[in-house]
Design a protein around this ligand. Structure first.
Ligand code: Z5A
Length: 213
């Protein structure tokens, strides 16, 4: 049975993932492609409960490996309850973050051994992987300034130090460089409509679906 495509949006704080996810799903709707918008951590009932544990409280609340385990527990629930059923019925799924965020934040950012994270990936996710990953890249200062401008209160992650945010930016770029067939780096410092046009081009080139301008 043909299955839908799985697209993930990755990047640091305030990169514009949520904004671009919404624009991309609208663009899919216009050409008649059913696209489910979802997010990590979260995207299913249990996973959202785990999210609440991850984004609130003191920065040092979890040791990095515990934090990675929580993200993989949430991810497994998200896949089983939401992502895999949607793909199986032929819908496309667009997720605001996925496993590259664990490698960037808990691996490059917080020092969890990358081989341990790969083993956890095999256990929780297996051979499944995104068809396309869009890495939204912009300088750390700009992303943090954008995130600060929002009305919502800051999350645990936003309160982590700037050096951590620099490490994870470099982490995302390293991931994209190692997996060029799956990942496309998008300059996220441009205005939102310019970023959206670059995303439409990447989706069209990599997955063969033409999206209206
Ligand atoms: N995390 C982890 O550690 N390990 C994992 O495995 C996973 C996640 C899956 C989840 O928080 C946290 O979990 C996350 C990593 C960690 N860290 N943080 N923080 P989240 O998903 O709620 O937070 P986020 O991913 O960083 O989202 P965000 O802060 O909401 O940023 P965003 O979605 O990338 O950006 P946005 O909301 O679309 O835009 C931010 C603001 O900028 C907003 O006011 C926009 O109107 C504005 N904006 C957007 N685009 C533009 C452009 N192009 N120009 C100017 N202004 C713009």
């Amino acid at each position: 049975m043909p299955r839908g495509n799985f697209i993930t949006l990755e990047g640091g704080e305030g990169a514009g993932k949520t904004t671009q996810l919404s624009l991309l799903c609208d663009a899919f709707a216009k050409v008649g492609v059913e696209a489910l918008a979802t997010r990590e951590p979260g995207g299913a009932k249990g996973a959202e409960q785990i999210r609440a544990l991850l984004v609130s409280g003191a920065v040092a609340r979890w040791d990095p490996l515990t934090e990675a385990l929580l993200h993989f527990a949430a991810r497994r629930d998200h896949l089983v309850q939401t992502v895999w059923p949607a793909l199986a019925r032929g819908a496309w799924v667009v997720s605001d973050r996925f496993a590259d965020s664990t490698l960037a934040y808990q691996g490059y950012g917080q020092g969890v051994d990358h081989a341990d994270l790969e083993r956890l990936y095999q256990v929780a996710v297996g051979d499944f992987a995104p068809d396309l990953t869009l890495v939204l890249d912009l300088p750390v200062e700009s992303g943090l300034a954008r995130a600060k401008d929002r009305a919502e209160s800051s999350s645990r992650y936003e309160r982590m130090d700037k050096a951590m945010h620099e490490r994870l930016r470099q982490g995302f770029l390293a991931i994209a460089q190692k997996q060029p067939r799956r990942c496309v780096v998008i300059d996220a410092s441009a205005p939102a409509d310019v970023v959206h046009a670059a995303i439409r081009r990447a989706v069209s080139e990599r997955l063969g679906v033409a999206l209206d301008g």
